[in-house]
Design a protein around this ligand. Structure first.
Ligand SMILES: [Zn+2]
Length: 269
């Protein structure tokens, strides 16, 4: 039984993360954390990957095959599994997560901030501008931790995606945003570990040099996965590959709730 924070950094490519995220790299070097590479599921688009990372099934199966599919999820999800077993859920995330797991379409006034135990994302702070600053998003999330002590918290910053689609992956702006996110997370990670959280940091997809993603090339597919257990040691740089499909069953296992039958991939812990 544990509590989990998933930082799903939008468009956090593998190379930018490993090169730029020095605090997380420090934890890997000390073997306090584990580092894996994910060869991402397809298409390397946001809404399909939000659903894949939270249901553990591929796009073809869950049906959210592009960003244009605007509806609630029809599959058992991490949020559903948690709530069904009495866990508290929360998210500081882009409004598409509200559409997938709370209500669709998004009501820009009513749905932006919710505290409602009948919802799958019970404590939600949803933004709808891609430019919403990562600093504010991390503070939104940190307050959810201090105020509600959720068992599962999704943190979903958009900075890498917004900057990547403006300047491309081969830009100082994109590379430096990874450094900024690492700095923002560092003190919070210390606090969250003290509060007993297991922490996972990964991306939904990467970014190419043409300021886009969606395809199959490594820059668009390869994302990091840092796993920091609440206590004890990690495995350092494992130099091994994981699948996005393993995220949802892993979160369920860490939460101590039954893994839905539809999540067929093996947990990585
Ligand atoms: Zn995305």
């Amino acid at each position: 039984m544990g509590k989990v924070i998933l930082v799903l950094s939008d468009a956090l490519g593998y190379k930018a993360a490993v090169d730029g995220m020095g605090f997380l790299g420090h934890l890997v070097e000390l073997r306090r954390a584990s580092l894996y590479k994910i060869v991402g599921e397809l298409p390397s688009m946001s809404r399909p990957m939000y659903e894949t990372t939270h249901t553990g099934v591929p796009s073809w199966e869950h049906g959210v095959v592009s960003n244009l599919v605007v509806r609630r999820s029809k599959m058992p999800s991490t949020f559903q599994a948690a709530v069904d077993h009495g866990k508290t859920t929360a998210a500081a995330a882009y409004y598409w997560f509200s559409e997938l797991y709370n209500r669709a379409p998004f009501d820009f006034v009513n749905d932006r901030e919710v505290d409602d135990e009948s919802l799958l994302i019970q404590h939600g702070r949803f933004y709808f501008k891609d430019e919403y600053p990562d600093e504010e998003l991390f503070c939104d999330a940190a307050l959810l931790v201090r105020r509600f002590n959720p068992d599962y918290l999704l943190i979903h910053p958009m900075g890498m995606d917004n900057i990547g689609e403006t300047y491309g992956a081969d830009s100082s702006q994109y590379r430096n945003q990874a450094i900024r996110q690492d700095v923002m997370m560092s003190t919070l990670v210390v606090e969250w570990l003290e509060r007993g959280y297991h922490i996972i940091v990964t991306g939904d997809h990467g970014m190419n040099n043409d300021r886009a993603h969606g395809g199959t090339a490594p820059l668009m597919r390869e994302v990091p996965l840092f796993y920091i257990p609440s206590q004890g040691l990690g495995e350092g740089n494992t130099e091994s590959l994981l699948s996005h499909l393993q995220l949802a069953p892993t979160v369920c296992k860490l939460l101590g709730v039954p893994i839905p039958e539809t999540m067929k991939a093996s947990p990585f812990v």
